[in-house]
Design a protein around this ligand. Structure first.
Ligand code: UDP
Ligand code: MG
Length: 304
């Protein structure tokens, strides 16, 4: 299954490339495509219709009523695919399709339930982005019990059983990198060198990646909440000690020079910490709010 958002150039290239590999190396298998059009504003949907008309037995698509995001597209795709083995891959050929036979071997011959892929280099990416990505993986693996593999892509091949396990996670705030790890199963990662997009451009800005990583942390760790309480406790204990010190000093020496500037800085610091902690709590409450609304994760407008 393949999520597509504004991918009119990449889509036909993707299909031709994958077809070639199927004919060369996977000719014994019955392979079907499910493209999910995530509310593209360009001609992605008509490209899908064309492919479907050309190869109606093997090409299927779903089209959303608007852009719901890649996470929603992945969920919709998994809900609507059939088959015994399911591959999730991007349409921009950054997930090299020539790994597919090797991934299938991992399941059929080596007995894995999931074969994922891991980028071992991030060539072609701005260095600052790679740096923050590395920091993110280090942080989230420290504060979350779910393992989130550095560089792991969403590109993976899984058995039907694993797909059903992923679908049983019905949360609204979906962070697939976490969900894949959370469901468990015997997983193998194939390392590969980063490949650049074949056409079009990435949909991720630095800011959207930052927000995405915050979502990932909130979805898979309660540590920030614990940190908030810890900071609160620490400043309370500090304040009590300081108060005792001031009282004792006043009792012994009388009131020395009044310290307004330091007082104001302390007010500011404590006020800031309170707002920070409120913000952290607010983020979790916001997620609870979205979750309890039970809105559908996506809306399909057209299906074939
Ligand atoms: N995508 C999507 N919905 C979105 C954004 C992206 O379905 O809102 C798809 C996109 O078409 C591509 C995949 O998700 O197939 C990965 O997107 P992109 O290449 O922009 O991400 P990157 O590879 O830069 O992480
Ligand atoms: Mg890409």
């Amino acid at each position: 299954m393949v999520p597509c958002y504004n991918e009119q150039e990449a889509l036909p290239i993707f299909y031709d490339t994958v077809e070639k590999i199927i004919h060369e190396k996977l000719a014994d298998y019955d392979v079907e495509y499910l493209f999910v059009n995530d509310g593209s504003a360009d001609n992605t949907l008509s490209e899908m219709r064309t492919l479907q008309a050309k190869d109606p037995d093997h090409v299927h698509y779903l089209s959303f009523s608007r852009n719901f995001g890649k996470e929603a597209a992945l969920y919709a795709g998994l809900q609507n695919v059939g088959g015994d083995y399911i591959a999730v891959m991007d349409v921009d050929l950054q997930d090299p399709p020539d790994l597919l036979p090797q991934m299938l071997d991992g399941i059929l011959d080596e007995g894995y339930d999931v074969v994922g892929t891991r980028r071992v280099t991030r060539a072609g990416e701005p260095p600052i982005r790679s740096f923050f990505a590395r920091m993110f993986y280090r942080l989230i693996n420290k504060i979350s019990k779910t393992e989130i593999v550095d560089g792991a892509r969403d590109y993976r091949l899984m058995t039907k059983q694993v797909k059903d396990a992923i679908l049983s996670v019905t949360e609204y705030n979906r962070f697939s990198k976490g969900i894949f790890g959370w469901v468990g199963f015997k997983t193998k990662y194939i390392p590969y060198e980063n490949v650049e997009r074949v056409a079009g451009e990435t949909h991720w800005s630095f800011w959207s990646l930052f927000k995405y990583s915050l979502d990932g942390i909130v979805a898979f760790s309660e540590t920030p909440l614990a940190i908030a309480s810890f900071i609160g406790l620490l400043s309370f204990v500090g304040a009590v000690i300081a108060l005792l010190f001031i009282i004792i000093r006043a009792a012994i020496n009388g009131d020395p020079t009044p310290g307004w500037p330091s007082m104001v800085s302390i007010f500011l610091a404590v006020g800031g910490l309170q707002l920070l902690c409120l913000g952290i709590v607010g983020k979790y409450i916001g997620n609870i709010y979205l979750e309890v609304k039970h809105r559908p994760i996506y809306i399909v407008q057209e299906k074939k």
